[in-house]
Design a protein around this ligand. Structure first.
Ligand SMILES: [Zn+2]
Length: 293
């Protein structure tokens, strides 16, 4: 479990250290839960698959960790690992160029783009799998992420492999690439359309948070759409909606539980049960009753 990303959980200050002994046993670096604010020993959070033991918040984990959790050991073969975005528009924000930002993100995350894609086995079932990494520019979709998704879907079609994509993409479509990002919505949706016509199943797993152009394209187009508990997913965030319509929003708006109730998710699955659930679903979708999860 060496690939957790902690950028959304603040490292604790000195004033928090006294709380640790009261709240958690053990020692070592600690983090603060983004949702409930409890202090958690990092090692214990890792042991709990990145899920807060106090409030059940399913925190961000890296794409590599997600692959390790879902795919049989030693079976994952990465595709298109050499693709990286270019700063086509010469984009700058807050005085920093997109080129510079990309360099920093690549160094920090030790991957060239926000998506890890490839093939592997899930409880012995061959699958094509893609995972966006929430630590790489908020898992946002630029031209390379869209291209990797599309190539993965095309590979799944050619080999008739079920496709699973886990989205952790609070960044939606990446603004740094403008229309080059936005056109990925149409491209990925078209690739999924071909998959659907051919009867190859696609399961979309939505994690906290999945927003904007990703929710409005591939994340919401699954034959089965699964949410992690409490995951936030939607096109526009609640603050903007509230300001626009000048009304208070319902409790839990855009969270998994709300989305399930309103028909936008099919299932909510705990992280510790995701691998088993995906295996069961694959058997159902593929009509294979010879294996059990
Ligand atoms: Zn918590």
């Amino acid at each position: 479990m060496a690939f957790f990303g902690w950028d959304k959980l603040k490292l604790i200050g000195k004033s928090d250290k006294q709380q640790i002994n009261k709240k958690e046993e053990g020692s070592g670096p600690a983090v603060k839960c983004k949702r409930c604010g409890e202090i958690i020993i990092k090692k214990m959070l890792e042991g709990n698959l990145g899920v807060c033991s106090h409030c059940n918040y399913h925190s961000h984990i890296s794409a590599k960790t997600r692959i390790n959790l879902l795919i049989d050991e030693g079976t994952f073969v990465e595709h298109d690992s050499d693709l990286r975005s270019l700063d086509i528009l010469g984009f700058e924000r807050h005085g920093k160029s997109y080129s510079k930002k990309l360099e920093q993100e690549i160094k920090k995350n030790r991957m060239l783009s926000a998506m890890l894609s490839g093939v592997g086995k899930l409880k012995e079932r061959p699958v094509a799998i893609g995972v966006t990494d929430p630590n790489f520019i908020a898992g946002s979709m630029g031209s390379v992420v869209g291209e990797k998704f599309t190539r993965l879907a095309e590979h799944a079609l050619e080999k008739r492999l079920p496709l699973i994509v886990v989205s952790g993409s609070g960044g939606g479509a990446r603004m740094h690439e403008g229309l080059y990002s936005l056109m990925q919505m149409a491209k990925t949706s078209a690739a999924l359309g071909k998959l659907r016509e051919a009867g190859v199943p696609y399961i979309s797993v939505v994690t906290d948070s999945t927003m904007g152009g990703i929710w409005a394209s591939w994340a919401a187009l699954g034959d089965v759409i699964i949410g992690e508990p409490g995951a936030h997913a939607g096109f526009t965030g609640p603050r903007v909606i509230k300001t626009t319509i000048n009304q208070d929003l319902p409790e839990g708006f855009q969270r998994s539980e709300f989305l399930l109730e309103h028909g936008q998710l099919d299932l909510i699955v705990e992280r510790c049960e995701m691998r088993d659930k995906l295996a069961s679903l694959l058997d159902l979708l593929l009509g294979d009753t010879t294996k059990t999860a």
